[in-house]
Structures are given as C-alpha cells and as structure tokens.
Write a protein that binds this ligand. Structure first.
Ligand code: GCU
Length: 421
C-alpha cells in the first residue's frame, strides 16, 4: 500500500477562522451541553438553557413613541435616533452634566523610532480642568512609519490594567496587540479607564464625577460607564488633531465592561467611525429581555456604579425597559459595528448578542447598507461581514484575544478601507 506523507506545517499557520462567505444555516453555533451544565452548577440561579428563554416582545426600532412608522434614514436621524438616545440617557447610562471645563493636550513623550523603527509613539496628557480641580487622561498612540498618510486607528478603552498598554513594549499583550496593528497599517491608541473614573463604588466622589458633578445626583445622573465613554471622546478630541491619524476613521474598541462602554461611546459620539464590542453581555450587546446569563439585577447588584440608578427599576423587570440592546447597537448606524463573543462565555449570552445585531440590522438597511445578516447564528469561528455589520463567535473563554483583533482588522480592512492598501 502506498503511504502519503502529509506535512502539517501549512495547516498550522492557517487561522482557525474562515472568512465571511458561507451560508448561515442551521449548523450555527449552539452552547455546548457540557458548558451549560458546568455553569449551571456554579450558579444555579442563572438561566443558561435556551429552552427556558421565554418569548419577549422587543421594542420596535422603526416606530416612534407617537406610533409613527420610520421608513427612511432621515426620519431615523431626525426623530427616532434622538428618541432612543434619550431613553438610554434616562434609563440606562445617565446624562453627562453640563458643567463647563477646559481641556488641553500635551505630548509628554515622542519617539519616531518606536518598535525598532516601525512606529511613531506619542504619549499625550489630556488635562481636564473644572474650577480648581483637574484630571489627566494619559493617551498612548502608535502610528505606522511605513504609511505616509493619516491612518485608520483603533482606540481601546482599557479596563485591564497598565501592563496591557505598555508604551515601552517590554510587556506585550494580545489584549492590545499594537505590533500586529502597526504591521497591518493601523494606528493603535489606548487609555486606561481608571484615569477617567476608578472602577469602584464610592458614591461618585472620585474621577471625573468629582470634577463635573455639581448638583445633587438624580436617577438619570451619569454612571461610571458613561464617564469612561466620555473619556473616550476626549481621546478622540486629541486624535482628530493628530496629522498621523485619519480622524474620520477611528474605531472605539472595548472588552466586557469596556465593550459596554464602546457601544455607549459610539452612541453618544457619532464622530467615531466604528464600534467594536467584545463579550460585552448584559447591558452591552446582549438582549436583556432574554434573561439568559447575567441579568440587569445581577449587574446592578455587582456593579452599582456602572449605570444610572434609574436602571434599577428594571431589575427582574426587563420587559418594562423602553429599549433593549438592539436599540443600543442601532445607535451606531450607519457607521460600522462589530460584535464578538466567546463560546464558553455564556454569562455574556452570545446568542443574545447576535440577536441584538440581527434586530438592529434593519436600521443599517435604512441607509442602504447591506447588513442582511440572517437570524440563524453563524457557526463557531466563522466571521460574518455584511455591509457595515460584523460578528464572530470564537472558541474559548471570556477574553479579547489576538484572534479577535485579527478579525476586527479584517473587518476594518473592508469598511474603513485604509488608503495605503
Ligand atoms: C463581570 C460582569 C460583566 C462584565 C465583566 C467584565 O463578569 O458581570 O457584566 O462584562 O465583569 O467587565 O469583565
């Protein structure tokens, strides 16, 4: 018998992902029984069974509060989008106070030969001053030296500590893979969310709340996630002034609580060209009404500072919320949106995230953007890109990995169309 010797090398370098052309059919992703059983054992009070998700009516994105049908993009932008944005401010994230402040930028470190000559590094202190108090957001930015034009840039809201954003590159991290982005011709920016507001509940005394909250707090006063989102916008204020950055091609990126923040950033600040949300789950990218995995009650209990206190009205009362997370995703339309999930991260309800995207898609289509994703979930590790909407579910646990970033860059290659390509 003849024997064939197979070399495995070429297979190993192939990504486990395949690109977007495939038929989304009934071989779509499903949570594994093993994962469901394991997680149920750990938290028996949480539902991880799809069969136990009851039917829920979703707020209709294309009908106004007064019952008028939205049939075109201009009605969406003039009437329905502002309505939904207000509903989120009132019930979910709260409102940014109108206190005036001054802002200044100072490049405190500049290195034309960062990353062995491949990139230019700028470290920028963004100082916010209100009355006698001030706060500094430290922004780190790498741009590729091989590109002679302003580059599309990712801005990460970093919720995982300083080792993930080392400007010296002694510590490299897949959570913010700056080298890989530079190699693909993108700018890579990051700030530490704690610069804007430390991630703890202290009655909103610290961080930017300590500077801008002048009046007594009310049910719709901003929470910490809204503060981080505001901080991302201050970073964009700098990025649009930087000649190495294509200011109209900046994507805001975040994981988990940072992913919830990225979505709200893009909703509040339409200067961002793209929102990328990794494993953001409850009050992020997942439909809250599904009551699958983390619930609004759990989020409010564990993290009472993240959202406005009005959100507590919807503890175990999701159906009363006048929006759901498809509404949040729709606020990014017609700009680009990308949602990623992880197979074992049922706490964040991957299916709920995909469905939110599916139900947001009609708003993207109002603008003539393709966004014709199907209701059935794609299989594991198969990327979907349809117009300005993208999605994947990766194997593995709750995290944002290099594999995720590679897919974000594939999406950006298509929708932000870097000029140098
Ligand atoms: C907790 C929380 C999630 C959040 C996550 C994170 O698990 O319940 O809502 O997304 O922390 O930010 O890592």
């Amino acid at each position: 018998m003849r024997k064939f010797k197979l070399s495995l090398t070429p297979l190993i370098v192939l990504s486990v992902f395949s690109f977007n052309v495939f038929s989304q059919s009934n071989n779509g992703w499903r949570a594994s029984t093993q994962t469901i059983e394991k997680l149920t054992k750990e938290k028996p009070e949480i539902n991880y069974y799809e069969e136990k998700v009851s039917t829920y009516p979703l707020p209709d994105l294309l009908t106004t509060i007064n019952g008028k049908k939205i049939t075109n993009s201009s009605q969406w932008e003039k009437v329905r989008r502002p309505e939904i944005l207000e509903l989120f401010r009132e019930n979910v994230h709260g409102r940014v106070p109108k206190t005036s402040y001054q802002q200044s930028f100072k490049v405190v470190n500049f290195d034309k030969n960062a990353m062995g000559g491949l990139a230019t590094l700028k470290e920028v202190d963004i100082t916010i001053t209100a009355e006698s108090k001030s706060l500094v957001i430290h922004l780190i930015l790498f741009t590729p030296n091989k590109v002679q034009k302003p580059v599309p840039t990712f801005l990460l809201i970093n919720n995982r500590g300083l080792t993930n954003m080392d400007p010296t590159r002694v510590n490299k991290s897949d959570f913010w893979p700056a080298e890989q982005a530079i190699a693909r011709g993108y700018g890579m920016a990051v700030f530490n969310n704690a610069d804007v507001d430390p991630d703890n509940f202290d009655g909103f005394k610290n961080g930017i709340h300590g500077l801008l909250d002048k009046n007594t707090r009310t049910g719709d006063s901003w929470g910490t996630i809204a503060a981080w989102a505001w901080g991302a916008s201050r970073c964009l204020d700098y990025l649009v002034t930087d000649n190495d950055v294509a200011g109209k091609k900046v994507a805001v990126v975040g994981h988990s609580r940072g992913g919830k923040t990225a979505l709200w950033t893009s909703a509040e600040d339409t200067r961002f060209a793209m929102a990328i949300s990794s494993c953001s789950g409850n009050v992020g990218s997942s439909i809250a009404r599904r009551h699958y995995g983390e619930t609004i009650r759990k989020t409010n209990a564990g993290f009472p500072h993240w959202f406005c206190t009005n959100l507590k009205k919807f503890n175990d009362n999701e159906n009363a919320l006048p929006v759901d997370m498809h509404s949040l995703l729709a606020l990014t339309a017609p700009r680009a949106i990308y949602i990623s999930c992880a197979d074992e991260d049922l706490w964040a309800d991957p299916r709920g995230s995909y469905l939110a995207l599916y139900h947001a898609a009609p708003v993207f289509r109002l603008f003539g953007k393709k966004a014709d994703i199907q209701e059935a979930m794609p299989p594991l590790n198969k990327q979907v890109i349809r117009g300005n909407v993208g999605f994947h579910i990766r194997n593995g646990v709750h995290n944002m990995t290099l594999e995720d970033w590679n897919r974000y860059m594939d999406f950006a290659d298509v929708v932000l169309k870097p000029d140098w390509k």
